[in-house]
Design a protein around this ligand. Structure first.
Ligand SMILES: [Zn+2]
Length: 67
């Protein structure tokens, strides 16, 4: 069993602009989930891209209504 590899990522809330941080598990491949902003409580759409070797390629913080 693979050990979970949590990577801290830092970004900015697309609604209120406040700094945010989250931890992503890079052993799980690409991820797509929502996390509420701790400042404005808006649902932030977080898209995580991970390579097949488990390397974090990028994280995007989007508004719910973005394509
Ligand atoms: Zn916010």
């Amino acid at each position: 069993m693979l050990e979970a590899m949590l990577t801290e990522v830092f970004g900015q809330c697309p609604y209120c602009g406040s700094a945010l941080e989250t931890a992503v598990d890079t052993t799980g491949g690409d991820q797509d989930y929502y996390e509420d902003c701790q400042t404005c409580c808006a649902p932030i759409h977080i898209q995580v891209r991970v390579s097949i070797t488990g390397e974090l390629l990028g994280v995007e913080f989007k508004r719910e209504d973005d394509a």
